[in-house]
Design a protein around this ligand. Structure first.
Ligand code: BGC
Length: 752
């Protein structure tokens, strides 16, 4: 996975761009018969209304389809419905099939952990398989196009959409972006009917929204953009992703949807992308509010920048013909966009068989299968991150009585997490069900609402995912919970966020466990019984009090359809947790943005405990996070040797092999993700104190030692300089290995 970054900014070899003459001829002939209006119709993407994130929904859809004014529809599912819509399209003059899309984000009907949770597995094979299964289920239900992977780098946990990301790191993010594209698209040829077109989003930099507020402005230097934020999008392009979604935010003062530098110069010219670009939901119209023109102007700007399809807003449909007549947009510009949309449909095989994905039998037999649920359970266990485990309180000993306390312990609607629009919530396994399935004696109480304040509680329940608010007072619920805890040997407090407290338009300024739940936790800790905090969350939370006072913390994110069974598997030690944080957990919100790959500054803090005047630090908190990037415990323990290199000096033609010994020194077999970081000690531009370059997940039996080797060559030492050229400078580098970004040991390497 580590060579991905090396390719950023380099044009693809000419061979990869070879055209398909048969396809070209087909599209050319088709387009020669199409009117301007029909071509514009292909650029119109409507919502079927099953899940909407904006207020605009089209009317007269049937009429528009027959008139050839609809190129795609999303948020409509099921072979019967899709077949009906496709039949209407075949009644239009040129019988051009519709492209059906959907937000297939972390599973389809069978739901896997939220993307941030999947990223915590650091397992590219697992993530690829999750996307493959999602594609199999979605295509069986009529879908040809998935709005995933979402690869925005995010270093601000206030932003709710961090849940949909792979976290803060470009190398981990790139590896997972490519894995997802492979999973969705297979080999990209769309043979058979179980692969669909992926759509990498949101291009670009959406994860850097100021103040973590959704849809907000982004602003960053090009050098940071190239080194830190763009690589995952590029990795998806290199993996052959068929489409790109423009982001809502602006870049250099121009909204991404109308940013020609972004969508044409960078994406198409530099990166060689040949596929289709779609706006985000009403992304074209929203540029009126951004303040760059009226609907006709922003529609023209978007098209000319390189946005081919207009999602929902119908700005293209209603203004582009006029713009052509007035000479503001050329017919050739419309043609280019139309050609890309038709080309995607051609590649997917829709012209050959518009009903390729309309197969009732498949829908009945390939969705939500036992096999897929087994995988969902495995994926969930691999996403969990053990943040604390004092005195080995976990795994739980069988036979001990458990008090399972929390507002969501038996709430099916909130197991899947955000952006699981096709999930079958009625079948999700809750924590209570999961623990009971083990035969454990479980007492339960709600203990608290998600929020005490009914207004905030309502914000935490969107898309019909109710939090099951209880009208008793906080105190009454707490007292009941403490009484229930009295009957048990161990308390499992499942607290945190509801599913919709993260995700789109779910930004928070306080990223804590809400106060009333915190009070409950304090009361449970005061009983003196061992307390295991099982954390529901779509983002890093501030857990300083919790880290000090509870015995164990297992972060389960939102784990999907099999959440409860997976939690039971890990709590009872059937599976040894191996997840590692793909994102830093701060001590408090004032540290945000906080990420491991920071710059040193000219006045770095020494690293010794305590505040240092006239150094870069805070009066009231250390610089260090509560839990660093890459961190996660296991039921066993691992010991790392210092890394060794087979050569102290490499040239541009050579590679060094870096080897580290990892011993399992505990009492359980376990998996460990060994991480490799580098630092350029001296260069012509400043560099982060540490950058992940590679990682390997290894299984080590108790008592055994394995040697883990990494290859480091010039590509690993290269990055973008101020001139935006990708290269490596001769000189000294530090190569670091360890179990997380904070506990590394180093060896020197020179490039000569
Ligand atoms: C989101 C996208 C999503 C689209 C379609 C938008 O609001 O930003 O991520 O794909 O809606 O549902």
């Amino acid at each position: 996975m580590k060579k991905l970054i090396f390719l950023v900014g380099m044009a693809l070899p000419v061979l990869a761009l070879a055209q398909d003459p048969v396809k070209d001829k087909f599209i050319r002939e088709l387009m020669s018969r199409m009117s301007l209006e029909e071509k514009i119709g292909q650029l119109n993407l409507l919502t079927g209304g099953e899940a909407t994130t904006g207020s605009v929904v089209s009317t007269d859809v049937e009429k528009k389809i027959r008139a050839g004014q609809v190129g795609g529809i999303f948020s409509m599912s099921g072979p019967a419905k899709i077949r009906r819509a496709q039949e209407l399209a075949l009644q239009s003059r040129h019988k051009i099939p519709i492209l059906f899309g959907m937000d297939v984000i972390h599973g389809y009907r069978t739901v896997f952990p939220i993307p941030l949770g999947l990223a915590a597995s650091w397992d590219t094979g697992l993530v690829e398989r999750s996307a493959r299964i999602a594609a199999q289920e979605a295509t069986a239900d009529g879908i040809a196009w998935a709005y995933s992977p979402m690869v925005d780098i995010c270093r601000d946990p206030r932003w709710g959409r961090i849940a949909e990301t792979s976290g803060e790191d470009p190398v981990l993010g790139s590896a997972l972006a490519a894995a997802m594209v492979r999973g969705y698209q297979g080999d990209g040829k769309y043979r058979g009917n179980s692969s669909l077109m992926a759509c990498v989003k949101h291009f670009a930099l959406y994860g850097a929204s100021e103040a973590g507020r959704d849809y907000n402005t982004t602003d960053m230097s090009r050098i940071r953009m190239y080194n830190e934020y763009l690589p995952p999008y590029k990795a998806a392009i290199d993996a052959g992703v068929g489409s790109v979604m423009a982001s809502f935010n602006e870049i250099d003062g121009i909204p991404a949807t109308a940013n020609r530098w972004l969508l044409t110069d960078l994406l198409r010219k530099d990166w060689g992308f040949k596929g289709m670009v779609v706006s985000d939901y009403t992304g074209v119209n929203e540029m009126i509010d951004h303040g760059i023109g009226n609907l006709q102007t922003v529609s023209a700007k978007a098209l000319q920048a390189g946005t081919d399809m207009d999602m929902v807003g119908e700005g293209y449909l209603t203004t582009l013909a006029k713009s052509v007549k007035e000479g503001k947009v050329s017919a050739a510009e419309i043609d280019a966009a139309c050609r890309r949309v038709l080309s995607a449909k051609y590649d997917l095989g829709l012209f050959q068989d518009p009903f390729k994905f309309c197969n009732e039998e498949r829908a009945a037999s390939e969705i939500y299968t036992e096999k897929n649920r087994v995988f969902a359970r495995e994926a969930a266990t691999k996403s969990f991150v053990l943040l604390k485990n004092k005195n080995g309180v976990l795994p739980l000993k069988p036979g001990r009585k458990v008090a399972l306390i929390g507002p969501l312990v038996n709430n099916k609607e909130n197991m899947g997490g955000t952006w699981a629009v096709s999930e079958d919530r009625s079948k999700s396994v809750t924590l209570l069900e999961g623990l009971k399935n083990t035969g454990a004696e479980v007492f339960t109480a709600r203990g608290a609402n998600i929020y005490s304040d009914p207004v905030l509680d309502a914000h935490a329940a969107m898309f019909g995912k109710t939090t099951g608010r209880d009208n008793r007072s906080d105190r009454e619920m707490r007292e009941e919970a403490v009484a229930v805890a009295g009957k048990a040997d161990v308390i499992v407090a499942a607290l945190g966020e509801s599913a919709e407290m993260s995700g789109e338009a779910s930004s928070r300024t306080h990223i804590n466990i809400p106060e009333n739940q915190g009070e409950l936790l304090k009361a449970l800790v005061a009983t003196g019984k061992p307390v295991v905090l099982v954390l529901f969350t779509g983002r890093p939370l501030t857990l300083t009090w919790e880290d000090e006072h509870v015995d164990a913390i297992l972060n389960i994110w939102f784990a999907g359809s099999e959440a409860g069974n997976a939690v039971a598997d890990v709590l009872y030690g059937k599976v040894n947790p191996s997840g590692k944080l793909p994102v830093t957990f701060p001590r408090n919100e004032g540290q945000i943005p906080i990420y491991y790959a920071m710059k040193n500054t000219g006045r770095p803090h020494s690293g010794n405990p305590g505040f240092e005047k006239f150094r870069s630090n805070y009066l009231d908190a250390p610089n260090t996070p509560l839990y660093p990037f890459g961190y996660g415990l296991s039921y066993t323990t691992f010991r790392y040797s210092a890394p060794e290199t087979d050569r102290a000096v490499i040239t541009r033609q050579q590679a060094a092999t870096i080897t580290v010994s990892v011993s399992n020194t505990g009492h359980y077999d376990g998996e460990e993700t060994v991480q490799l970081y580098i630092r350029d000690v001296e260069g012509s531009v400043t560099r982060p104190v540490k950058e992940l370059k590679d990682f390997k997940k290894v299984f080590i039996r108790k008592g055994e030692t394995v040697k883990v080797s990494f290859t480091v060559d010039v590509s690993d030492l290269s990055y973008y300089y101020s001139d935006l050229k990708f290269r490596a400078e001769n000189g000294e580098y530090e190569i670091m290995t360890g179990p997380n970004s904070a506990e590394t040991q180093k060896v020197k390497l020179e490039l000569k």
